[in-house]
Design a protein around this ligand. Structure first.
Ligand code: ZN
Ligand code: ZN
Length: 170
């Protein structure tokens, strides 16, 4: 369970938090990230003082994005180590490194922490391989499959200048 009843967290006691986020989890909604697998979560939540709880966990999954050059789908395995402070202290609201918990809360849900870490860790730009040649900007063909027959763009752009130079020279 990714939710822990605060009564189980008597001083110093640790509670295991095994769980899973579904493949269509809303963490990736509105992002370019696609989950190829559910997110497998493990970890322990522990009370570390009055109204303060520390969760140490792991999350692993495989995300998919498009190669930025040739648009082929690229799968990237992710293995995250997460350490998060949940706190009921009002002054912690301004602390970006901790998650506020309502003073009258009866449980802690570690799901938001997993979602945030996941989105932060997912690669924004992937390439299918380092030497991916990408798509031809003119005809859109995948240049990894071989040359497409278009003349290179740079050459076409410089031709008029070259012609101009020759005109002045003669
Ligand atoms: Zn590529
Ligand atoms: Zn082409």
């Amino acid at each position: 369970m990714l939710r822990v009843d605060l009564r189980e967290l008597a001083q110093g006691r640790a509670v295991d938090t095994p769980g899973e986020l579904k493949q269509d989890d809303l963490a990736v909604e509105g992002t370019e990230i696609t989950l190829k697998q559910p997110v497998v979560v493990a970890g322990r939540l522990q009370s570390i003082g009055e109204g303060r709880f520390y969760w140490q966990g792991t999350a692993r999954t495989v995300v998919e994005g498009e190669c930025r050059r040739c648009l082929t789908p690229v799968a990237t395995p992710l293995q995250l180590e997460i350490g998060v402070l949940f706190t009921q202290e009002p002054e912690a609201l301004d602390d970006p490194d901790s998650y506020p918990v309502a003073a009258d809360a009866t449980e802690i849900d570690v799901t938001p922490a997993v979602r945030e870490e996941l989105v932060l860790a997912a690669p924004r730009y992937v390439v299918c391989r380092d030497d991916c040649k990408g798509l031809c900007p003119q005809c859109g063909e995948d240049l990894n499959a071989g040359p497409c027959g278009c003349s290179p763009v740079t050459e076409a752009r410089w031709q008029p200048l070259q012609a101009l130079k020759e005109k002045f020279r003669s």
